[in-house]
Design a protein around this ligand. Structure first.
Ligand code: HEC
Length: 199
């Protein structure tokens, strides 16, 4: 009797092992073998949280969407909010002369600032304008007409003029605001004014 029970148990274990091995779950698309979620409210926050938002309304236990915000838990920032440390810039592209006349540089041209300006200039500007700023970088051979930053006209402008040109571009020079933070643009402007134009 005992042997028989053992045999039956062994047969069941063997059958279960073999059949479960037949299931190659990795090769069956997930939507055909939906996994069971046990007690989802233990690991999905009931509070309104943007990153753990469960918007499947058939999932009664985990659904946690804020109904008063267009069914989204993400809130748009209040109008006028700026990124921490961001310096807003409101002068429009076509007001270069205004930028030149009114912008006040927030940095002093210290040695450290000019050294950083040099690194950034060589990285972002020199391939067109040349390391000395004379418009003779290698790209100028193809592009032609890259401005000489030591020209008499540009000797007469303030750092704000250069800041504005870096921000929006000018003519065939494209904007660099997406690549350079405002303070980096100021460092480059100070480097052009205080180092390159004095060489
Ligand atoms: C892809 C090449 C290219 C790069 C990169 C580039 N420039 Fe220019 N830049 C030009 C060209 C071309 C002009 C002439 C634009 C025109 O007047 O049509 C110009 C013009 C200028 C002027 C003169 C604007 C004026 O008032 O006439 C300044 C200042 C200037 N660039 C600064 C910079 C600085 C600083 C950088 C680096 C952040 C930079 N440029 C990167 C091509 C470039």
């Amino acid at each position: 009797m005992r042997m028989k029970t053992f045999n039956i148990t062994a047969a069941i274990v063997f059958a279960a092992t073999v059949t479960s091995c037949n299931h190659n779950f990795d090769r069956i698309p997930v939507h055909e073998t939906p996994r069971v979620e046990y007690a989802p409210n233990m690991y999905v926050s009931e509070a309104y949280e943007p990153v753990t938002m469960v918007d499947d309304s058939t999932n009664k236990e985990a659904y946690n969407v804020m109904p008063y915000n267009n069914n989204s838990n993400l809130r748009l920032p209040v109008a006028g909010t700026i990124k921490r440390g961001a310096i807003p810039y409101h002068i429009p592209k076509d007001s270069l002369a205004y930028a030149n006349a009114t912008l006040v540089c927030p940095l002093e041209p210290t040695e450290a600032v000019l050294a950083e300006g040099q690194v950034l200039f060589n990285r972002f500007c020199s391939h067109c304008h040349g390391e000395g700023g004379e418009g003779d970088g290698p790209v100028n051979e193809k592009l032609q007409g890259v401005a000489n930053l030591k020209s008499t006209a540009l000797q007469g402008v303030n750092p704000g003029h250069i800041f504005h040109v870096i921000t929006y571009g000018k003519g065939r020079m494209l904007q660099h605001a997406s690549q350079l933070e405002p303070l980096e643009r100021w460092k480059i402007s100070l480097y052009v004014k205080n180092v390159l134009q004095k060489q």
